[in-house]
Design a binder for this molecule. Structure first.
Ligand SMILES: [Zn+2]
Ligand SMILES: [Zn+2]
Length: 321
């Protein structure tokens, strides 16, 4: 099968490789679409041990199995199903497994992969192939974070920092959950204009003149995180959706030190959210569809990945037919 190899130094090649062996309990999935994700950019520069790609939609290809032929997404956290977290429904927080498909085992920038059966999320037939991957990071991650923040900050002014797929997904979900006053900041003017079409008002990057009940930090940039800590209202929430594993320094200035507020990190989403997330996609299908702006075959991945990291594309799809 064909699979992408991330060598590091911004070099990707497409290789002919043997499909990875299936362990007991694992099923083969023929990949149909894998959405590119900004978090893969670090693998593009540093290189990856396994085939990356973690926003995967495909078809189960396991003749004889009850799920054979089913359209499915791949839920990336491998989980035991038996620990305290799993039993509480927090399948993304498994205490005994920490493997993520596309990170610590082969992912979806390849024609096929094997995944544990519990990592399959069967997709209803009315959800088109091109939109299905949005149910993972774009909808799943952003909606889960907002669901966590809602009991603390159920209304009031909201700032979304970073208007990439997560930030835009957050804006769509925020409006669904009833937030009406949403601002957005992003250094890229075109992204701010795009977010404005989804009902978010522009807010200058780094501006500290306004306060917000909820800050949805979707960029992972330390400057945006620090801005969020400063502009969040007393008793408000800074929701950290963006990721950044470089050391983060917080200067504990008076506007940060002298207030009660929550800093809330959320990671991915529990499987139990999935049905509600499908409803979100059904309801706002036209908005979500605007995020998908390119589709290409695997031979074009090396070039398209570069264009994606350069910010030319928002949520492109690697497609196999
Ligand atoms: Zn991702
Ligand atoms: Zn578990």
């Amino acid at each position: 099968m064909k699979a992408a190899v991330f060598h590091g130094d911004r070099r990707i090649s497409i290789a002919e490789v043997d499909p990875p062996p299936a362990a007991p309990g694992e099923l083969s999935v023929r990949v149909a679409r894998t959405a590119l994700c900004g978090s893969d950019a670090k693998l593009w520069t540093k290189g990856a041990e396994h085939t990356p790609g973690h926003e995967i939609f495909g078809v189960v290809d396991q003749p004889g199995h009850a799920l054979h032929g089913r359209r499915t997404l791949v839920y990336i956290p491998v989980h035991c199903g038996r620990c305290e977290s799993c039993l509480a429904g927090d399948t993304h927080l498994c205490r005994t497994e920490s493997t993520l498909v596309g990170w610590n085992r082969p992912g979806g920038y390849a024609e096929r992969l094997h995944v544990p059966e519990q990592c399959l999320l069967p997709v209803p037939d009315d959800i088109p192939d091109d939109l299905a991957p949005l149910l993972l990071d774009t909808i799943g991650t952003s909606a889960h974070g907002i669901r966590m923040a809602r009991p603390i900050a159920p209304d009031g002014d909201v700032l979304v920092t970073g208007a990439g797929p997560i930030g835009l997904g957050a804006i769509i979900a925020l409006r669904h959950f009833g937030y009406t006053r949403i601002w957005v900041s992003d250094p890229r003017e075109s992204r701010v204009r795009f977010a404005a079409e989804f009902g978010a008002m522009p807010h200058p990057v780094g501006d500290l003149s306004r306060r917000f009940k909820l800050v949805v930090e979707s960029s992972g940039a330390h400057a945006a995180r620090n801005q969020g800590l400063e502009v969040v209202l007393p008793k408000g929430v800074v929701l950290l959706l963006g990721e950044n594993d470089a050391p983060w320094t917080i200067e504990e200035k008076k506007p940060i030190r002298r207030k009660d507020f929550w800093m809330l990190r959320s990671f991915y989403f529990p499987k139990a959210d999935f049905a509600e997330n499908v409803e979100l996609l059904r309801r706002y299908r036209d908005r979500y569809a605007r995020l998908v702006d390119a589709k290409f075959g695997i031979e074009a991945l090396p070039e398209m990945f570069g264009r994606f990291v350069a910010g030319e594309l928002l949520k492109p799809l690697l497609a196999f037919d």
